[in-house]
Design a protein around this ligand. Sequence first.
Ligand SMILES: NC(=O)c1ccc[n+]([C@@H]2O[C@H](COP(=O)([O-])OP(=O)(O)OC[C@H]3O[C@@H](n4cnc5c(N)ncnc54)[C@H](O)[C@@H]3O)[C@@H](O)[C@H]2O)c1
Length: 442
Amino acid sequence: MTAPVPPAAVGGLAAQGAPAATTGTPSGSPTGAPPGGPAGAARPDHPAGTGVAVPRVAIVGANGHGRWHRRAVAPLHAAGRLRLVALVDVRPIEDEPAAPVPPGTTVHTDHREMLAAARPDVVIVCTPPHTHLPIALDVLAAGADLLLEKPPVLSTAEHRTLAGALAATGRACQVGFQALGSVALAQLSAAVGQGRLGTVTGIGTVACWQRPDSYYARSPWAGRRTLHGRPVLDGALANPLAHAVMQCLAVAETVTGTPVRPARIELERYRVRPIEVDDTATLRIVTPGGPPIVAAVTLAGEDFVAGEVIVTGTTGRAVLEYPTDRLLLPGDPHPEEVPGRQGLLANLLAHRADPDGTPLIAPLARTAPFTAVLEQVRQAPEPTLLDGDLVTAAGSGPERVVTVRGINAVLRRAAEQGALLSELAVPWAVPPARIPLAAQDD
Ligand SMILES: NC(=O)c1ccc[n+]([C@@H]2O[C@H](COP(=O)([O-])OP(=O)(O)OC[C@H]3O[C@@H](n4cnc5c(N)ncnc54)[C@H](O)[C@@H]3O)[C@@H](O)[C@H]2O)c1
């Protein structure tokens, strides 16, 4: 089923012990083809008779979650809808059996060198969050469009810088909030717009995941709020459960019909390990003229709750399980899976071909309220450590998991009632930090 991966394309020189700054394939192509040129490529840039250029795509940060992108790219490459021209990672490229590196794809350890050699049209940036802005600016300066992983940037100032570069270059930036492409979310939004819930009075989200100790050893920025003196951004709200927050902001956008402008956040952060960020939190986002949003999330859950967005109105309630696209609308006997996800990369390619006819699903501008909120979460007081009788540990070594006793029940109440844990008489809850947000630009 899978073609053998050319060794040079997988490991590059980095795998052979070359210095990290050298290019994986000095010639620019493991097949010996001219860099970026169609001559030695597995797939021509202009398929015969079409006269339409196949977009050249590169991935920066090809390991870690980048392997998910490699799997997403593979069928589009095979179908001739794009051509994967380059992979970049500061570490040797890991094998991905479900997405072998196509012949002709070059491997690099420096994204600037790749941009010059491979001349991509679209670059997927899937590196740690604190590296996003400089890499994104280099990509735009090289004339390519961006699929930038979430969280796109670390602050509103960085958001403005990137937005300015997009305006100056005329390039496009799609942000990796893939759940925004869900048909189920569109159906929920339509139901809200049609008044099926009456007046929306609150939006909540609950998610209870479990992460072992090894999760916090996966990368240097894991569990950190600074790294080598520079801000980084991890934590349940900022990273794995960022989608829960973004889905709520998307619903709030539908309710008010305008971009969400958070005026204040109220935040309780907790942790069960010696980390610098939250693994458990309740967050209220207060928006003028819009319903309050409450996110109640944990990575120390007793049972797995994938992630529900709970929209409460004066005449009914809707629940969207956003990772699975299962939707319950008022009057439905039980949740139904609503199949269909528009892929962010396919949408970006369609937008490039028809900018006016195909809007981006997750343009940078749509993520401004998320970034404004997350900037304050990052700067908020340290999370409170939960230990002793409050927690239970199971397993050992890297697979040890820690859970908070009773956490699932209280987080569900928080999301359903729009309350923070301190407002639910949870004995270990701490008073929230109340943080005003500066006015955001358009
Ligand atoms: N959309 C989602 O559902 C989702 C899921 C997981 C992660 N993410 C996001 O993807 C991004 C990457 O996350 P991760 O967990 O894979 O992180 P990671 O720390 O594992 O980094 C990914 C890869 O980037 C490489 N890298 C680091 N700096 C680089 C640089 N300057 N140039 C080239 N490569 C570099 C690393 O060696 C690593 O292989 C983050 O923004 C994260 O929030 C999104």
